[in-house]
Design a protein around this ligand. Structure first.
Ligand code: ARG
Length: 400
């Protein structure tokens, strides 16, 4: 006989799926439902959530402001790693999942719950990220993913169920897209976007203006870093994490920065078309990388590119709480010791272009680089250098 489940902790957003899920889980398992909603900077969605969850049948709701943790423990490490998936996606959604999962587990332990539940479908990456984290952090807890097994085949069927059970839902017109938003960016899929040939319609984008409609005048911006972390914008006015990222999202969004349209490889083996908006993330990624190119030596830079790619895969594939991730963090942390300074960017019609960089730890030496007077580079030494550099190929090469 399978063990009875008495208490379930559910990752709850207040949307149709997870609202229906509260009732559905409660009926199916005759269990108490604890809803958990996480604030990761998604905007207004958390208003009235408590009332909604309780009216739907949850016995309790935790509304957790995880924004600081998200920035310090997820966003900044990903930035230090220059993590970007398949060269385009700055991983806003992927990064948020292990954090939410960890909090769910913590609450399950506080509440002495015996199961964890989430609203992800059987086709996406998020189910893998949540459940891999659950299994890693608390393998003794049961996992329930109703959306993989329940009887509803469409949104309409869920609405009928909600009405039958007096579940309060906003049956306002649903956005034609599936949208996930947090401080690090917005992920948008479904609807028209499922055809990879179709250009994303204007209304698909949430936080950026189209580059065509962006101001005709460029805007300059300076971003300050200390040991790989952004600590200020312009005139070194110190800005705390949340404010700094929100501010860059606003400024970048106004200039149409950070839009991405891509076909990506999901963990479950399929390709999917998704569009992203990540103004702050794009600006910070570019600026951070640029500063690294000024202060890191060539071999460290090259090696770090390999690490970046691996790190982006670990994030995307839900392998956050793993030994390899910890080891890569140790490497990355060491590389960031010298990544302090400032980067100047020009924002203009969808592009954030780096136009200046400065650091006390700069390895750039103008006396060696100059083609003007004052050149200290030993030109004669180049002759011997090239002879030895090419020596192996004098033997293996294509003598004619
Ligand atoms: N494809 C992205 C990822 O796996 C985002 C997934 C969530 N997207 C959404 N529109 N609900 O990280």
């Amino acid at each position: 006989m399978t063990q009875r489940i008495n208490k379930i902790v559910l990752a709850y957003s207040g949307g149709l799926d997870t609202s229906v899920m509260i009732k559905w889980l409660k009926e199916k398992y005759q269990a108490e439902i604890i809803a958990v909603a996480a604030d990761l900077g998604q905007g207004k969605e958390l208003v009235n959530l408590e009332e909604k969850a309780i009216n739907t049948g949850a016995s309790k709701i935790y509304i957790e402001d995880l924004r600081e943790d998200f920035i310090n423990e997820y966003i900044f490490p990903a930035l230090a790693a220059n993590a970007i998936y398949e060269g385009k996606y700055l991983l806003a959604t992927s990064l948020s999942r292990p954090l939410i999962a960890e909090r769910l587990v913590e609450i399950a332990l506080i509440e002495k719950a015996d199961a964890l539940a989430h609203g992800c479908t059987g086709k996406g990456n998020d189910q893998v990220r949540f459940e891999t984290a659950f299994y890693t952090l608390a393998p003794y807890l049961k996992i329930i993913a109703p959306a993989r097994t329940w009887e509803f085949k469409s949104r309409e069927e869920e609405i009928v169920y909600a009405q039958k059970h007096q579940i309060p839902i906003n049956v306002t017109k649903k956005s034609p897209y599936s949208i996930d938003r947090n401080l690090w960016g917005v992920s948008i899929e479904c609807g028209l976007l499922e055809d990879p040939w179709v250009e994303p319609p204007k209304n698909a984008y949430q936080i950026t203006i189209s580059p065509q409609e962006a101001p005709d005048k460029p805007e300059y911006l300076e971003v300050y870093f200390e040991e790989g972390k952004p600590v200020g914008i312009n005139e070194k006015e110190k800005m705390k994490g949340i404010k700094l990222i929100e501010c860059l999202n606003t400024i970048g969004g106004k200039h149409g920065i950070g839009r991405v349209d891509m076909v990506e490889d999901r963990l479950v083996g399929i390709k999917s078309r998704e569009i992203y908006e990540a103004p702050a993330a794009t600006i910070l990624y570019k600026a951070h990388k640029e500063l690294e190119s000024l202060v890191l030596d060539r071999e460290t830079l090259y090696f770090k590119e390999i690490i970046s790619q691996k790190y982006s895969h670990l994030i995307y594939q839900g392998l956050w709480f793993t030994p390899l991730k910890d080891s890569l963090d140790a490497f990355i942390k060491k590389t960031q010791e010298k990544v302090s300074g400032k980067v100047r960017l020009k924002l203009y019609k969808g592009v954030a272009e780096v136009v200046g960089r400065h650091s006390e730890n700069s390895l750039y030496d103008q006396k060696l680089a100059t083609y003007d007077e004052g050149d200290l580079f030993d030109h004669k030494a180049a002759e011997g250098f090239i002879k030895l550099w090419s020596l192996p190929y004098q033997k293996t090469g294509k003598n004619i």
